[in-house]
Design a protein around this ligand. Structure first.
Ligand code: PRP
Ligand code: URA
Length: 371
């Protein structure tokens, strides 16, 4: 350890009366190691309620003011229960070094909960050291963390939804149709129809936050309060070729949407995208854009496409795909953290050729029958 900490390494620390003494020991340890922290109390051994402290520490981390937190109560259990209620918080209760290491390497925990009545100060300091020094391993663990985040997104998004999220649209009809797409015996005609149908079904979630204005209508019985979508229609931007298969299904529901095109293919050796075409409507700054591509694999094509669309300064961008790989989600969110990803499935991984496993094979070839 040692050396001055970066701003993003700043730690939030808090304890109740049962953890107060250990908190003071850990603060000394953090200071000795040049790590900056903010103490959210409690500041003496008088009884306090642990949820108050845990909520303050956890929300400050969830709001991005701190990268990590340490919470201490008698057993650490109360603190971890409360912290884990805050979306974006992954609190691990650790009383040994192995668990501390695993909770960072595998679970990417951002809060460490400790038991002040369980741990001797020296062991507690070793646990803190191990926890702070262990990086997240990524790989297969990324997929599991993405699943937790997607669940949070689905459960909590009505309360102050943030952009840059991953939403897995797991509606039964979509999952049923996706299984037909995955099946290698499905022929071109049916494959093409189902890509179109799934895209239309997914549109309900894509457009969930469209603004509405009130409009009075007259029914055969009486006047009624109605609504119309306000503002200009969106722009669909399929990534050629396979993204083209998603356009028709969506246009059936939003026939006046404009359509831009981005031509990209993956270099089979480097797997990096090669751009060969880009034509987008000029009034994009007044519109929301949905980029369409059935497959988010390495994420190279998606990152490139979002970059091209951003040059036109749209109001917002969403990326709609049918199957995503964890590697692609990570790369796209890293390059463009403001872009929401919506997918019908988050698959396991990529194979050595950059294909999604289990995936559905080459989407372009299956839509256009070119193999
Ligand atoms: C496929 C797919 C995506 C890209 C995804 O297109 O439709 O555009 O691969 O891979 P990535 O996330 O690793 O960039 P492909 O390059 O095969 O071109 P095609 O649509 O013309 O078949
Ligand atoms: N492109 C595809 O069409 N399928 C994959 O699995 C990966 C990239």
């Amino acid at each position: 350890m040692g050396g001055a900490s970066r701003v993003e390494d700043k730690i939030a620390i808090g304890a109740d009366h049962a953890g107060y003494k250990l908190k003071e020991e850990i603060k000394l340890f953090l200071r000795e190691n040049g790590l900056s922290f903010e103490d959210f109390g409690t500041f003496d051994a008088k009884p306090v309620d642990y949820p108050e402290i845990a909520i303050k520490v956890a929300t400050s981390i969830a709001h991005g003011e701190f990268s990590k937190g340490i919470l201490i109560c008698g057993t650490g259990i109360g603190m971890s229960i409360v912290a884990n209620k805050v979306p974006g918080i992954y609190a691990s209760l650790c009383h040994d070094i192995f668990t501390a290491r695993a909770s960072r390497a595998h679970n990417n925990a951002n809060v460490l909960a400790l038991g002040g009545r369980i741990l001797a100060p020296e062991l507690a300091k070793e646990i803190v050291k191990e926890w702070l020094e262990t990086p997240f391993e990524g790989g297969r663990h990324s997929r599991r963390i993405q699943r937790i985040k997607a669940f949070e997104e689905k459960t909590f998004r009505k309360e102050g939804k943030k952009s840059g999220s991953l939403l897995i649209i797991d509606h039964p009809l979509i999952q049923h149709k996706l299984s037909i797409l995955r099946d290698k015996t499905t022929g071109v005609k049916e494959f093409r129809e189902i890509v179109s149908e799934i895209s239309a079904l997914m549109l309900f979630e894509v457009t969930r936050d469209l603004p509405l204005v009130e409009k009075e209508v007259e029914t055969p019985i009486s006047k009624a309060k109605g609504f119309v979508v306000s503002g200009k229609e969106m722009v669909l931007v399929p990534i050629l070729r396979a993204g083209l298969g998603m356009v028709d299904g969506i246009l059936k529901l939003i026939p006046t949407a404009k359509v831009g095109h981005i031509g990209l293919y993956r270099d089979p050796k480097t797997l990096e995208p090669v751009t060969y075409y880009c034509k987008l409507p000029s009034d994009i700054p007044e519109r929301d854009v949905i980029i369409l591509d059935p497959m988010l694999a390495t994420g190279g094509s998606a990152v490139e496409a979002v970059g091209l669309v951003k040059e036109y300064k749209p109001k917002s961008i969403k990326f709609l795909c049918i199957i995503a790989a964890p590697e692609g989600v990570e790369r796209l969110h890293k390059a463009h953290p403001d872009v929401d990803i919506l997918t019908a499935a988050l698959d396991e991984r990529l194979n050595d050729h950059g294909y999604i496993v289990p995936g559905l094979g080459d989407a372009g070839d299956r839509i256009f029958g070119t193999r």
